[in-house]
Design a protein around this ligand. Structure first.
Ligand SMILES: [Zn+2]
Length: 417
């Protein structure tokens, strides 16, 4: 008679599975071949670790399939955009990270977190802007393409605001302190000039946490020839680990994680974690001020749009949520700061738009409206323009707002709890 092979006990098989999964998960960190899939997976890990490694692996694979299937349609897409102004112009879109509107003193926060934006001339703050996506990889493509969150994957079949400006005769630049993987990467690739500070190479040799590093390439862009420039800047902003995001001289709200290390989800240390978060907001205020000053010095028609990708949970209630990866988004995730600065030359050139922006600054707006608003501010005309979605227009209409999260689920962003 044949002997039946001994069966692995349940306990042992769980141990073997967990061990194997961990080994597979860490391979990308030791892989020197730098396969694109591993590179992207590493990027994904950096942004979600340690919240959901399994989700990361799965989502990177799924994203790759979608990007491949839609490539031809995306490549053939055209806005048929044009702009008739031949004067020197610079438009900048700064995308912030995990920046909450209610933690800005400009919007009434009790701490002085945005002293420079509070004093800025020619700055319009919008006080009712909600993000349409609460994870970076969904929020950013919506900002860049203006697509509806309930039809999110449509963005993979078309181009973004980068190509809109390119078609209208602008030189395009992408300056980023993030890895911009997956859904974001296809639109970053539309830029003719790209600078990724958080590259694998810089991770080994430089302090990739400091957003002030982005000012160097921005200054270089200013010295390059060209009459019309469009620049996207993606900040690391207020992404966890907060204490790493700002230099020591911005450690104003104390005690913070600079001197008292805590774990990210340590509810008992809510106060210390919030202090640290507020210091990141204070630092972003200075970074924004520096960007605006660099652009203003050019003395041309120019405008700087700032929008955060989404908010952040900071142990606000008994749910004790932190960061921004909850399965059901909280009401603290949706409201984001959105400001538009314009030069004096722009003020003379875009009188109608600026007048309308001031009239619309309290209206119920969504991050999907940025695309149309920026296009109209820059007087770019194109086939798919929809004035009901432009805050620069008299025709702007308030509509129900939606927010998309993990697994492409959408929620009404005005009824979040
Ligand atoms: Zn984000």
């Amino acid at each position: 008679m044949k002997k039946v092979p001994e069966q692995l006990s349940y306990k042992k098989s769980v141990k073997v599975s967990v061990f194997s999964f961990l080994i597979i998960s860490i391979i990308p960190f030791f892989d020197d071949a730098d396969y694109d899939y591993f590179r992207k997976l590493r990027a994904r890990y950096y942004s979600v670790f340690p919240t959901s490694v399994l989700y990361a692996a799965n989502s990177v694979y799924a994203q790759y399939q979608i990007m491949d299937e839609t490539k031809t349609e995306r490549d053939q897409f055209k806005f048929n955009a044009k702009q008739s102004n031949s004067q020197k112009q610079i438009y900048v879109l700064v995308i912030g990270e995990s920046d909450r509107r209610d933690h800005w003193s400009l919007y009434g926060y009790h701490r002085n977190t945005t002293p420079k934006m509070l004093q800025k001339e020619n700055l319009i703050p919008f006080n009712n802007m909600n993000t349409a996506g609460y994870l970076t990889e969904f929020a950013v493509p919506i900002i860049l393409t203006g697509i509806d969150p309930s039809n999110f994957l449509q963005h993979t079949k078309q181009k973004s605001i980068v190509s809109l400006f390119k078609e209208a005769g602008f030189e395009t630049y992408w300056i980023s302190n993030q890895t911009d993987f997956g859904h974001i990467s296809i639109h970053a690739a539309e830029s003719r000039n790209r600078y990724f500070f958080a590259s694998d190479e810089n991770r080994k040799t430089k302090n990739i946490n400091d957003d002030s590093e982005l000012l160097l390439p921005l200054n270089k862009v200013m010295n390059q020839p060209g009459n019309k420039k469009f620049i996207v800047i993606k900040l690391q902003g207020s992404h966890y680990d907060y204490a790493k995001r700002y230099p020591n001289n911005f450690d104003v709200f104390k005690p913070s994680n600079k001197t008292v290390p805590t774990s990210a989800n340590d509810f008992k240390n809510k106060e210390i974690i919030t202090n640290t978060y507020d210091n990141t907001v204070l630092y972003t205020d200075t970074i924004l001020d520096s960007i605006i000053n660099i652009i203003n010095k050019q003395n041309v028609i120019s405008s700087v749009f700032y929008i955060s990708d989404h908010g952040e949970d900071l142990f606000d209630d008994e749910r004790r949520l932190s960061q921004h990866a909850a399965e059901i988004p909280s009401k603290y995730i949706a409201p984001i700061p959105f400001t538009i600065w314009y030069s004096n030359q722009c003020k003379q050139n875009a009188t109608y738009q600026i007048q309308q922006l001031n009239l619309n600054k309290g209206k119920k707006a969504s991050s999907q409206h940025l695309f149309y608003t920026l296009a109209e501010m820059a007087e770019i005309q194109f086939q798919y323009f929809d004035s009901t979605k432009s805050l620069c227009s008299k025709a702007f209409i308030e509509k129900p707002r939606y927010i998309i999260g993990g697994n492409l689920k959408t929620f009404n962003s005005d009824s979040l709890k």
